[in-house]
Design a protein around this ligand. Structure first.
Ligand code: AMP
Length: 938
């Protein structure tokens, strides 16, 4: 028999397509453990001669090569002559191929669309004839190989039925793209052993029904009470409510302590009321126009977040629904960042204690690039959260676009998830038991393998995009069908009635009880619990102004002690020669032998913060080394490429510090750090751009979250953004961090925009961001050439002063009475002005620096300008073109700072459509002219 099997295997062109993959997979499993494959295959593989160079860890392509080599070695020649028994044994191989075909492509014939509108393509691999089998073989018994049905062999008829039930029912499982055999086997075991249909007990079934009653009841209630009001109804996707409740319950039962959820507007009100337990009366008040005055500008109700606790058999789980702007999918990295902060706080690295759930739209998950960024981040050191459970509420309509060839180029909206080999479970939302089944399976997969998993909840949208929208205008056939389609509650209630689990009057009672509970206005979630003592106390940070006093207490001795620690590397750790030089110089600075440069002062700030026990999280493009080779917080051993971070070894019991060179993305990374900082006020969270204008790629995060999150949602965020900025002649893309954009977003003291010009200033600015009990974003125009400028240095004593100066007065010993002109500026241009004035030996022009442009430090500026009240000639000097930089946004503040008799003029580049010129000669000429202009007394 073995001979004929082998021949059949050879002749049925296994080396191509799905068969090749299947044989490779079997062979891979065999290489790892021969006992893992069926005896038949083991016998075949045992016979194969070994080919040098193929190790146990062989990947698929190597295995394919192995088979090719074996062919070349004349395996065919060694094949035994066909025996008389060939047909039956050949069929056995074909049966195994059939099983494999269902595992690969069964989802394409699954019953996924509740509306039955999908036109499924014919998949020949799923047909018996394709495998040269027929119904006449139904009674013949075949081995089922690894098909995890709990039996070694089955009659073909039974197997065929089972394959259809398992792979072509209400769940379409896509997982054969996963290369890891253990993961695949695990999914097969879980999926095939119950034929994708669990047997839930009565209690679970009633719970599912109650979820559907609540989902439907909520929408109907709102529709009747507030007709025409926008609520972005969940109807059609009702299964989301029992699904989320099952997911949270299962998570809590398996040890999760917190769940953070991100979702867009569709169905959000329903989830708020029916899952998080928001009080319905509060929502009704919001519909009626009442609002919370303490929240400033506020936001529409379908963007609101919420926090509560939820009882599960494993204990209460804290739930946090993240606040969300309209910009689709951007909340996902925010959720991941928030989860990472909570995991860090719990000292949990494997993700087991906090679960992220992100809820996507079908068009958005395929359309928005930030989704790809989050998948890419999902397994990286700096951004992993132990896997995210991603649910797609797939209502098959992207606003008005329902044609698949208008919304995506892939069969499924979820194909993007394959980039990280995430398993994808498509499920018909009209089968809520299947939904709950895959939900539990998905969570178990996430918990076991610490990887992302996707559930594609295929549903529909009962109304238009919002309740005032007319969907028939754009989707006539779909909406004719929807109109006649029973609601999910009715379908499931009918099922339970048929199963004898409930009577009609039970359903009526559930519906009436739910409506009565809403009338009563009380919480409708049985599992809801009041929030237990919060793990983070935000109260010290609430309502704090930027002027709140903070301790300036630091000593030079302490700085030197920290400095020595931060310059230490382990014995024998070989630094690259330029890095070694940086560290030698740093040691001299710490010893007081020379003034401190930028890198030394900045690193000292981090050392001080961790020495105080606080956490630092620092990510960005080149964050460890520093784009301009100035930081070198992470050292690389030239002998063995090992790394060492001196800041992690300041003292025993210090605060943790993590510095990660980030994935090459801005949008998702900045959103992640925003999420982290909004969940952890006790940490200094920093994101650094390689060049400042790369933050453009994250503009939605800056607009929708950083600058407005506090006034919209009352959520504080102490994130620091380091954005290299300065006109050095490097062209349009590397000069400007687009200061004007940040200044334009400034109001309500929502964030701070600083341009520190000395090492002492950067040291004290970073320290202030941590020790002052105010948590608002700090936007820093950080330097490039100033990192090594001979004048941009500070003494240890200046650092030890402990105070960030919002404005710095004239540094040369000018006689104020002789001053005829005062130049105000920020950033690097200060040094150009100073050097030129010294060269000119001018004594009639004073130069003052504004180091914090927002909130504008009126008092500090008055202080540095007090000696120049007689001056009439005032200038704002900037490097940026006139339509950019600070001039347009801050002019009113400059005017308010000068004496009433003074006149303010502008010295800088002419307005320009581009941030900077591309030619160095033009740049130099412009720079020279603007400095001269600023210093020329009129
Ligand atoms: P959470 O853990 O996100 O559910 O938050 C629990 C509670 O902490 C919230 O209800 C808020 O009262 C408070 N809180 C959480 N994050 C912030 C924040 N970024 N700013 C201010 N308060 C917050």
């Amino acid at each position: 028999m073995q001979d004929s099997v082998m021949k059949a295997w050879w002749e049925s062109s296994h080396m191509a397509g799905g068969n090749a993959a299947y044989v490779e997979e079997l062979y891979e499993a065999y290489l790892q453990n021969p006992q893992d494959v069926d005896p038949q295959w083991r016998e075949i593989f045992d016979q194969l001669p070994s080919v040098a160079g193929v190790e146990i860890e062989s990947n698929h392509s190597e295995i394919r090569e192995q088979f090719k080599k074996l062919a070349a070695l004349g395996l065919r020649a060694r094949m035994p002559v066909a025996s008389q028994a060939a047909p039956a044994d050949a069929k056995q191989v074909r049966v195994l191929q059939l099983i494999n075909a269902y595992r690969f492509r069964g989802h394409q014939h699954a019953n996924l669309d509740p509306l039955g509108l999908w036109k499924q393509e014919r998949v020949r691999d799923l047909e018996l004839t394709h495998h040269e089998l027929s119904e006449q073989d139904f009674d013949a018994v075949f081995s089922v190989g690894s098909y995890a049905i709990g039996k070694d062999s089955l009659p073909l008829g039974e197997l065929y039925k089972s394959l259809n039930r398992t792979y072509c029912g209400s769940v379409g499982a896509e997982y054969m793209h996963i290369t890891d055999t253990e993961q695949k086997r695990w999914i097969q075991q879980r999926f095939e052993s119950v034929q994708a249909k669990p047997s839930f007990d009565r209690e679970t079934k009633i719970k599912i029904l109650k979820g559907l009653v609540a989902a439907d009841g909520m929408e109907k209630y709102l529709g009747a009470k507030f007709p025409g009001a926008k609520r972005f109804s969940l109807e059609g996707g009702d299964a989301l409510v029992p699904m989320l409740k099952a997911l949270i319950t299962h998570a809590g039962t398996n040890g999760a302590k917190e769940v953070v959820i991100g979702m867009a507007h569709r169905g959000r009100l329903n989830v708020l009321i029916n899952v998080l337990g928001k009080n319905p009366s509060v929502l009704f008040d919001e519909f009626a126009g009442k609002h919370d005055d303490s929240l400033g500008a506020g936001d529409v109700k379908y963007h609101a977040g919420y926090s509560s606790d939820f009882a599960t058999p494993g204990g209460n789980v804290h739930l946090a629904l993240a606040f969300n702007p309209s910009h689709l999918e951007i909340v996902n990295p925010v959720v991941m960042g928030s989860v990472r902060a909570r995991l860090d706080r719990r000292n949990c690295r494997d993700g087991s204690s906090v679960l992220p759930i992100t809820i996507h739209g079908d068009s958005a998950i395929a359309g928005q690039g930030v989704v790809q960024e989050t998948f890419n981040m999902s397994q990286t050191r700096g951004f992993s959260v132990g896997g995210t459970v991603r649910i797609v509420v797939n209502n098959q309509v992207g606003f008005t676009t329902s044609r698949q060839d208008d919304t995506r180029s892939t069969q499924y909206c979820t194909d993007i998830a394959k980039m990280v080999q995430a398993p994808i479970f498509h499920v018909n939302s009209d089968d809520p038991e299947a939904v709950v089944f895959v939900t539990q399976l998905a969570l178990d997969y996430r918990n076991k393998f610490k990887r992302d998993v996707v559930i594609d909840l295929v549903c529909y949208r009962r109304h238009g995009h919002n309740e005032a929208d007319e969907p028939n205008a754009t989707q006539p056939l779909m909406y004719q069908k929807i109109k006649k389609h029973p609601v999910p509650r009715e379908i499931y209630a009918e099922q339970l009635r048929a199963e004898g689990i409930i009577e009609s009057h039970d359903v009526e009672k559930l519906v009436n009880d739910y409506r009565a509970a809403l009338d009563h206005g009380a919480c409708v979630v049985e599992e809801w619990r009041p929030m237990s003592e919060q793990s983070v106390d935000w109260s010290p940070y609430l309502k704090q102004e930027w002027t709140v006093p903070y301790s300036h207490d630091i000593s030079v001795d302490k700085l030197q002690q920290l400095g020595e620690a931060m310059c230490r590397a382990p014995e024998g750790f070989k630094l690259q020669s330029r890095v070694a030089k940086v560290y030698e110089e740093r040691s001299k600075m710490i010893a007081g032998e020379k003034p401190l440069d930028w890198g030394c002062a900045e690193t000292l700030a981090y050392a001080l913060i961790v020495d105080n026990g606080s956490r630092i999280r620092f990510t960005g493009q080149d964050a460890g080394r520093g784009t301009f080779f100035h930081r070198h917080a992470a050292l690389h051993n030239q002998k063995d490429a090992s790394t060492y971070m001196p800041l992690q070894h300041i003292r025993d019991g210090q605060g943790p510090i993590e510095i990660y060179d980030s994935v090459l993305s801005e949008e998702a990374v900045l959103a992640f750090e925003y999420g982290y900082a909004t969940a952890e006020p006790g940490a200094l969270t920093i994101w650094e751009a390689q060049f400042g204008d790369f933050a453009n790629g994250a503009q939605v995060v800056i607009d929708q979250f950083l600058s407005s999150g506090e006034v919209k949602w009352g959520r504080l965020c102490g994130l620091t953004m380091l954005l290299p900025h300065g006109y050095e002649g490097q062209g349009p893309e590397h000069s400007s961090a687009r200061l004007e954009r940040f200044l334009q977003l400034c109001a309500d003291h929502n964030m701070q925009v600083c341009i520190p010009s000395t090492p002492a200033q950067v040291f004290n600015m970073i320290r202030r961001q941590m020790v002052r009990p105010m948590r608002r974003p700090l936007i820093v125009m950080s330097p490039k050439s100033l990192l090594r400028h001979t004048l941009a240095v500070s003494s240890l004593e200046e650092l030890a002063e402990g105070k960030f100066h919002n404005a710095i007065g004239e540094v040369d010993a000018l006689d104020p009475k002789q001053v005829k002109r005062v130049v105000m500026c920020s950033g690097k241009v200060y040094y150009d002005l100073l050097e030129q004035r010294r060269k000119n030996e001018q004594t009639d022009v004073a130069i003052i620096r504004i180091e914090q442009l927002y909130p504008f430090p009126h008092d500090d500026i008055q202080d540095v300008l007090k000696d120049y009240q007689h001056v009439k000639d005032w200038v704002w000097c900037q490097e940026e073109p006139q339509n950019q930089g600070a001039w347009y946004c801050m002019q009113h503040n400059f005017w308010a700072s000068i004496p009433e008799t003074g006149k303010l003029t502008y010295a800088g580049r002419a307005a320009s459509a581009s941030p900077a010129v591309g030619y160095i000669s033009v740049h130099n000429a412009q720079q020279k002219a603007l400095v001269e202009d600023a210093l020329t007394v009129k």
